[in-house]
Design a protein around this ligand. Structure first.
Ligand code: CP
Ligand code: NVA
Length: 304
């Protein structure tokens, strides 16, 4: 495996290896020990959009593994391809650094970087997917629920990048996935078909959030207004009425259902403050696991 662009590029065995390595490294670092397998290595982090969790957890992970990271913020990098072509940037970076991670508007930009860079490329969120988030979430679910196979994840809200990567992860790990969205904001049919081609009957779509959360082990949501969609904010808030993960919706879910959100959360919109702060919420364990998964991913792709 050269790079990490989409969950569907990886086999279930590879994804399982990544989860095993995440748990091993998490235990090692919690015990105060270190694994400096990336000593002397450098990761370039290219961000067309802002970030808290992804930027800091990757930077800390590189430091933890004995390497270093260079942060190229949106003001430095702009939109890749505007100042110079992605294929030129990819070849230049590959001569300076040992790995590239990129957060871009267009998924095609990450694919192009990977085609031209002979070092690993990691998708740190694109308009199409957020695979690091979904894999860190699989780590969290397996810790909280004692496994993955057969569990049901109900995703409530926008059929976006996070919803798509979760559908693919559920398919790879043999989980049930249902996406509940208002009309016009569903996960696209092609993505549902891709998930169902991995595990038949695993992924479904509904417009009824109350139905979706029934028998769910995990209730997941994300912002209704993703980065780059700020101009649509008012119409989106109107369209998503009734899709808030709040106490009323959670009354339809099992009492012990876990609540997840990739963050940043907009309280009073896609989730209520009470649900974020409830006993069911695993949101901050989930955020922590970004670090543990990405340490494993960096070791897997960049060591030796
Ligand atoms: N969840 C997530 O990717 O957060 P950031 O946008 O802060 O990196
Ligand atoms: N769907 C959100 C995820 C943020 C981590 C976005 O793309 O902005």
């Amino acid at each position: 495996m050269k790079s990490f662009l989409s969950i569907l590029d990886c086999t279930t065995d590879q994804l399982n290896e990544l989860l095993v390595l995440s748990r091993e490294l998490k235990a090692l670092y919690k015990s105060g020990k270190r694994d400096v397998c990336l000593s002397g290595k450098v990761l370039a982090m290219l961000f067309e959009k802002t970030s808290l969790r992804t930027r800091v957890s990757f930077q800390v992970a590189m430091h933890d593994l004995g390497g270093m990271a260079i942060y190229m913020k949106p003001e430095d990098i702009g939109v890749i391809g505007q100042r110079e072509p992605a294929k030129d940037m990819a070849r230049v970076f590959a001569r300076y650094v040992d790995g590239i991670m990129a957060r871009t508007f267009s998924h095609e930009t990450i694919v192009e970087l990977d085609q031209w860079a002979d070092v690993p490329v990691i998708n740190a969120l694109s308009d199409w997917s957020h695979p690091c988030q979904a894999m860190a979430d699989m780590l969290t679910i397996s810790e909280q629920c004692g496994g993955l196979k057969g569990l049901k994840l109900a995703y409530i809200g926008d059929g976006n990048n996070v919803a798509r990567s979760l559908a693919f992860a559920c398919a790879r790990f043999n989980m049930k996935y249902v996406c509940a969205s208002p009309k016009g904001y569903e996960l696209d049919e092609n993505s549902l078909n891709l998930a169902n081609s991995v595990t038949a009957g695993c992924a479904a779509q509904t417009n009824d959030p109350c139905e979706a959360v029934k028998n769910a082990n995990v209730v997941y949501t994300d912002t209704w207004v993703s980065m780059g969609q700020e101009d649509e904010k008012a119409e989106r808030i109107a369209a998503f009425e009734g899709f808030s993960v709040d106490e009323k919706l959670m009354a339809n879910a099992p009492k012990d259902a876990k609540v997840m959100h990739c963050l940043p959360a907009y309280r009073g919109y896609e989730i209520s403050d009470g649900v974020v702060e409830s006993e069911n919420s695993t949101i901050f364990d989930q955020a922590e696991n970004r670090l543990h998964f990405q340490r494993a991913l960096l070791k897997y792709l960049m060591a030796n």
